[in-house]
Design a protein around this ligand. Sequence first.
Ligand SMILES: [Zn+2]
Length: 378
Amino acid sequence: MTQVDTSNQSCKRNESGTSHACHVSAACNAGSADSPNSSWIVAALDIGGTKIAGALVCYDTEQGCDQASEQGVSPAVPRVKPHVTPRVVNYLSIPTQAHHGGEHVFTRACGLVSELMAQTKLHPHAIGVSAAGVVNPSDGSIAYANNLMPGWTGIQLAQRMQHTHGIPCVSLGDVHAHALGEVRFGCAQGFSSALMVAIGTGLGGAYIVDGHIVTGAHGAAGHLGHSLHHLAAQTVCSCGGVGHAESVTSGTAICARYQGKQIGDPLDETCMGAEISKRAAHGEPHAQDVLRFCGNALGQAIGSWCNLFDPEAVVISGSVVRAGDLWKQALEQGFTEQVMPPLRSTKLLFGSLENNAPLLGAAEYARDSLLCSLDQHV
Ligand SMILES: [Zn+2]
């Protein structure tokens, strides 16, 4: 077993206030004997409330090493070919079985890494984990998870994964990972700043500046869904708060509104988002009204967030983006209503990487962490 040094868990913030991933120690030595010489490999996981996805992310490498590695600090992090999207190979997905508790989820996630190695006969150099919940940026533990993931709060995710496999491991929030993937390799490549809006069952977000995530002091930056929205004034949110944007914009909000229910009420599973969109496309007035209302509400919120952050682009991703043209038109109208005139040219983009986005983001975070850790040893 490789000696693992977990004493190095902090890193100075850079001047822009963003935080690089730095809770990996350079003293961790990745076993790479079985991997091809031309690839640098990260085992990437995406742990969600429903499923755990995993794959190996393979970087094509050039001769030489990055930054401090050139000065002989172990482990070497090879120089990757610029402007080449790493390959996502051997994608696997298993049910999270979150109701069995956090320890069970952790065991399943660890097992998926072993399965990836067994199936490919490759030994990754690092592990990057995109995780549901708020991830503590200083040590990769789960600082908070809601009741969809009972017992997940407090799991020392990165440290224990690193100890189990003897490979450097980092973890970050799932929407943060998704955003990092889209900014580095997806629709927001080349933008100096981007606001991620993840609209699915809930509403999440992330803010990226100069290619790095703004994690915030507690790892929770970007929880857009729990900011106030004037159209949600009397609505109880999934978090228990009142008046939050999620409760008038999310996929759950669309379904509840269509079915005449409150957020948190049991929903008729035979009439969810895809069915509502289909009915709207066939001209049903109620379905159209609901999609217009929720699309417009999200657009207004995005306009407000742009006034706050002034990103170069907004990346909208998640299952609700498939709600149809009516929803998109209402979103754009709401955005125009609320955004300040100088910011009206802000680009509204739709995510292009789908399931690969969090895996690529987690792999990039792992790579950033190792390079940052090496910097500290110079
Ligand atoms: Zn809330």
